[in-house]
Design a protein around this ligand. Structure first.
Ligand SMILES: Nc1ncnc2c1ncn2[C@@H]1O[C@H](COP(=O)(O)OP(=O)(O)OP(=O)(O)O)[C@@H](O)[C@H]1O
Length: 555
């Protein structure tokens, strides 16, 4: 028996559906007892040529079957509702945590792993709550009840069945740890294969160009073999489980029947007692047999638990980014109010694993009016500074404030080095941060971002392929600037926004950002000094400190 408290809590969060399911399942399982007794009466009637007893017994058997059919329909309905409610909860929470912003340049998880947890892992929880949970409850409630009924007919047979039940339920516990270990090894292999397949599909063009197809194929084959070995290993444990359970069940039934036969007192009441013991002994084990069957069905959900826990799928409160964000400003320009000024006061930052500060006490006031540019050598700490602005990292000491408060994720829009567009239309991509933006607003943001030509050529409804591969790097970059402008956020951070662009396109994007900097704070990190203008405020990040460069020194 594998009890996963999170999954039980997830099920009972929907108390009505969970209780309906349990009651329907328990009642359905309970009908097997009167059915067995009715069958014992029928058989006794046949043995004694008592047609009225045969008829009464047959009616009982049919009535129990009809009731069970009705209960089974109610159980299916409740299971569908409960399974849907639980998987929606679990998937929503896991998705919310997946969609929480991570550091700009590093993330510890692989997309394929996350995808497997969100799909197969979550589906596994459905099977666990709708089939395994009722099976466990039925073992706990129905088995003792049937044993009690059996004890009324034959205490010795009931004792034999009790021993068999204990062995059947507790036997597999002996190698529980090994079962768990093999289960998580199986899930890890499954996730690793999924992650490699997704990565290979995404990088297929590069793989082909590099002539690396055979190497990738070999890696996937090795992953697939590892998954096969892990699956076989799980099957071995499960076969051992089944063998122990079956041995205990068959042994319990055989001893109970032997005792019943030994105590047979001859025709009359003894015949009914004999049949009742034969049938009830078998019925006592029915819930255990069901449990063993459902164990295999719910196993994937159980082994996916660590991955789902890592995605906070069972946390009671949603992660901060999943909470409702304030609605974006309704125009492409920033809503009125004081200008957004980012104040950095003695900001220090040191990575936990490092022995020195990346940022060693930065003081600066960054304000709109001119483009703010941060430049510096590779490794100087520019991305670290952005992560601090975005709240992905917290200063080791000092503070960053915007109008006296800590800037929130919804204050800042980011244009990354490799902007990601999504499958959909150009319009969908532009309005992702501001779904209420109208056509006029979109066109004016595109004009400001130097993307008017793209709209003129393609139109707002033109389809964009996954990851925006149907557009050139420059087109993606300009649409990303338009998208950031449309989001109406008061601060815009651009990380190397011209790295993929030729001189002409780079100048266009920088001009768009300069225009945007009139009414919002625009901070650009770049190595390219050729795209700067004498009007830009250029800061040099070196040795952990930020210093303003003279305009003359910019080129
Ligand atoms: N998670 C981390 N743990 C320890 N050190 C880190 C971590 N991330 C970055 N660093 C170190 O911090 C320093 C600053 O890194 P950062 O990525 O901020 O530099 P950067 O200026 O953005 O570099 P580039 O221009 O190459 O992107 C580097 O020396 C880097 O090795």
């Amino acid at each position: 028996m594998a009890i996963a408290p999170e999954l039980w809590r997830a099920a009972f969060a929907h108390r009505r559906y969970a209780l309906t399911l349990l009651l329907a399942h328990l009642a359905g399982a309970a009908t097997h007892v009167p059915a067995a007794l009715a069958l014992a009466a029928t058989l006794t009637g046949v043995a004694h040529r008592d047609t009225s007893l045969v008829a009464a017994g047959a009616v009982g058997v049919v009535a129990a079957a009809v009731v069970r059919l009705a209960l089974s329909a109610a159980e299916s309905r409740a299971a569908t509702r409960l399974g849907t409610a639980v998987t929606v909860d679990v998937r929503d929470r896991a998705l919310a945590s997946t969609l929480t912003a991570n550091r700009l340049h590093d993330t510890g998880t692989r997309d394929g792993q996350t995808l497997s947890a969100l799909t197969d892992g979550v589906d596994g929880t459905d099977v666990y709550v709708t089939r395994y949970v009722p099976a466990v409850v039925t073992v706990v409630v129905i088995c003792p009840a049937v044993v009690l009924a059996l004890a009324l007919v034959s205490p010795a047979a009931a004792a034999a069945v009790t021993v068999g039940l204990i062995a059947a339920v507790l036997g597999p516990v002996a190698w529980k740890r090994s079962t768990r270990r093999r289960g998580s090894a199986h899930w890890d292999s499954y996730e690793a294969l999924a992650a490699d397949v997704l990565e290979s599909l995404r990088g297929m063009k590069t793989v082909r160009v590099l002539g690396a197809v055979p190497a990738v194929r070999a890696r996937l084959r090795a992953r697939s073999d590892a998954l096969h070995r892990a699956t076989v290993s799980v099957m071995r444990t499960s076969l051992a489980d089944t063998a122990v359970t079956d041995l205990a069940i068959q042994g319990g039934i055989a001893v109970a029947i032997g005792l019943a036969v030994a105590g047979y007192t001859g025709p009359g009441a003894g015949t009914f007692a004999l049949y009742a013991v034969l049938l009830l002994a078998s019925e006592s084990f029915r819930p255990v047999r069901d449990l063993a069957r459902q164990w295999h069905a719910g196993y994937l959900g159980l082994s996916a638990l660590p991955a789902l826990r890592a995605l906070h799928a069972f946390d009671s409160s949603p992660p901060p980014a999943a909470q409702d964000a304030p609605a974006p400003a309704t125009t492409a320009s920033v809503a009125g109010g004081d200008p957004p000024v980012l104040a950095l006061e003695s900001v220090r930052y040191r990575y936990p694993a490092s022995d020195h500060d990346v940022l060693a006490g930065i003081d600066a006031m960054l304000s709109p009016g001119a483009l703010v540019v941060v430049t510096g050598e590779s490794g100087a700490g520019k991305s670290t500074l952005f992560d601090l602005f975005l709240g992905h990292l917290s200063p080791s000491s000092g503070r960053i404030t915007m109008r006296g408060r800590t800037p929130g994720p919804t204050d800042i829009a980011v244009i990354s080095q490799r902007p990601v567009l999504f499958a959909g239309t150009i319009r969908d991509n532009l309005t992702v941060g501001n779904p209420r933006a109208g056509d006029a607003e979109i066109r004016s943001a595109c004009a400001a971002a130097g993307a008017a030509g793209i709209l003129a050529e393609w139109g707002l409804q033109a389809p964009v392929s996954e990851a925006g591969t149907s557009l050139s790097g420059g087109q993606r970059q300009r649409l990303a600037v338009a998208r950031a402008l449309l989001s109406g956020r008061p601060v815009l951070l651009a990380d190397e926004p011209t790295s993929a662009l030729d001189e002409h396109n780079a100048a266009q994007v920088m001009d768009a950002l300069r225009d945007a900097a009139t009414d919002r704070l625009v901070v650009v990190v770049t190595h390219r000094l050729d795209v700067l203008s004498p009007l830009d405020r250029v800061f040099l990040l070196r040795g952990g400190t930020l210093s303003l460069r003279e305009p003359a020194a910019q080129r």
